[in-house]
Design a protein around this ligand. Structure first.
Ligand code: UTP
Length: 470
């Protein structure tokens, strides 16, 4: 028997919450559409909507006077070897899983499928999901352990993502070691708080942001699964960065054993290129916070330290380690998560309940709510930041052209490959200006860093002008 509330119950609830217009077309709907409408209304958080909207509208930005710089750990820290070996041990003992958020819409890139299916690498044109899967597979081989991979999708791209993994035979890993699950949706509302109708029988919904990933992990049963299989830490990353080191023992070791860490959540940063780079930065206000570029007062974004360096320069690259226990704590909440709601005013087409006409608004007409995973840092005890090297770990693909595009990402991927070769003492053909005269891609299955190349150098020299896949 269905648990969906009846029409009478739904009508009462909608009257109580001021959303009666959602039934405006009831009399015109056929039975399947009526059932769909009742079911989707039953999932809307109508009783909480006003408080979600007012919380998002009143979200305070830290005042410049309350902001302090953070002091990150550096990869070349004195205890690096100790932390690396602690991290190695965690991975070897099966305490670690990989977690990708891939529910975004990828509007700026404009690719026809889920962003993870985008051919991102410079020579083989490997899709992003394959790059990550091969990294995980390479780590599994190196450590002799299975590393589960949690993949968050959205309603819009779940089926296609699953088909892609299936078509690629789960990239050579056992099917059961990859868990796909769908993130939550929240209603898109008009500026006066009315849930918009996407069609006569469907409320307009939008994905609840990458912050929704924590609640989604819990609702999908992933947290229970992790706890029963002994997984204690998640390596969190985004779908758009092929240079991410999915499993990084130094970062993991620091997360669990740095003197000021309580292993709840840790983050990686890269030094901002210049004061105008549009990137969120880690600051203390007084707790660790990511200050978004658009929220940063100029006196903060342009401040210099005594040596002329950028004072607030730790740019966030959306790479974290998150403790499983910490996620459980954050998600013990009636709305599924303690993370605050942010709002964006966007153009959302809708069906006008009074005329039945579909409206394509010329101006932004709607409030979209979403939450951000980095807000969890604010709740974490002793979060630490590890500054890492930009070329080594950050080659984002956001836009179709220009900055952070496939072209810039490929250039960075090649730069890293050339750097690894040189560090391993392998000759790389050069132009007169010292720039590499070749396009090289290194598969994660060939090398996880320069040390692997030193142990197993390429069988043939790299020719000038060549495109090489190692
Ligand atoms: P972005 O902020 O780059 O958004 O997501 P996007 O939706 O992918 O791209 P645009 O803005 O439409 O061009 C950063 C990461 O967070 C994930 C994305 O898949 C990406 O890995 N994400 C974002 C989600 O998983 N769910 C969301 O609701 C939003």
């Amino acid at each position: 028997m269905s648990n969906t509330p009846t029409l009478a119950e739904t009508r009462q609830r909608l009257e109580r919450t001021g959303q009666q217009h959602l039934l405006a077309f009831w009399d015109r709907l056929d039975e399947p559409r009526r059932a769909a409408l009742l079911a989707s209304v039953s999932r809307l958080p109508l009783e909480h909507l006003d408080s979600m909207l007012s919380q998002a509208a009143s979200l305070a930005k830290p005042a410049a006077a309350d902001i302090r710089p953070v002091r990150p750990y550096l990869r070349a820290m004195p205890d690096a070897e100790k932390f690396r070996s602690i991290g190695d041990d965690l991975v070897r003992r099966g305490k670690v899983a990989a977690f990708i958020v891939a529910g975004g819409q990828g509007t700026r890139l404009g690719w026809r499928g889920p962003k993870g299916t985008y051919p991102a690498t410079p020579v083989a044109g490997k899709p992003l999901f394959r790059v990550f899967a091969e990294q995980i597979l390479a780590a599994e081989r190196a450590y002799g352990v299975r590393i589960p991979w949690f993949v968050m999708t959205s309603e819009a791209n779940h089926d296609e993502t699953e088909r892609f993994f299936e078509d690629n035979r789960w990239f050579g890993r056992p099917r059961g070691d990859t868990m796909l699950f769908v993130q939550g949706m929240v209603p898109s509302v008009s500026r006066d708080g009315k849930v918009l109708l996407d069609s006569p029988h469907e409320p307009a919904l939008n994905p609840d942001g990458h912050g929704g990933s924590l609640k989604a992990l819990r609702e999908a049963g992933a947290l229970d699964h992790m706890q029963s299989s002994g997984i204690e830490h998640l390596c969190y990353f985004q779908v758009d960065n092929p240079n991410v080191h999915v499993i990084d023992p130094l970062f993991l070791g620091l997360h669990v054993a740095a003197p000021d860490s309580s292993a709840e959540m840790s983050s990686k940063s890269v030094l901002k290129r210049d004061v105008t780079e549009k990137v969120g930065v880690f600051v203390k206000a007084p707790r660790l916070t990511v200050l978004e570029y658009s929220d940063a007062p100029r006196e903060i974004s342009e401040a210099r330290d005594a040596d002329g360096g950028i004072l607030y320069g730790e740019g966030s690259i959306a790479i974290h380690v998150i403790g499983v226990e910490f996620i459980r704590k954050l998600t013990d909440h009636p709305l599924g998560s303690v993370l605050p709601w942010h709002r964006a005013i966007k153009k959302v087409p809708f069906v006008d309940p009074s005329t039945g006409e579909r409206v394509e608004p010329a101006e932004a007409n709607a409030i979209k709510l979403e939450s951000f995973v980095f807000d969890a840092l604010h709740e974490a005890e002793g979060p630490v930041v590890l500054r890492t090297d930009r070329v080594e770990e950050f080659a984002p693909i956001k836009n179709a052209t220009g900055e952070d595009s496939p072209a810039t990402s490929k250039a960075i991927q090649v730069e890293r490959a050339v750097r690894w070769l040189r560090e391993a003492g392998i000759p790389v053909p050069c132009h007169a200006n010292g720039q590499a005269d070749c396009t090289v891609e290194i598969s994660p299955l060939t090398a996880r860093g320069p040390e692997d190349l030193r142990r197993h150098p390429p069988s043939r020299p790299i020719a000038a002008g060549a495109e090489v896949l190692l």
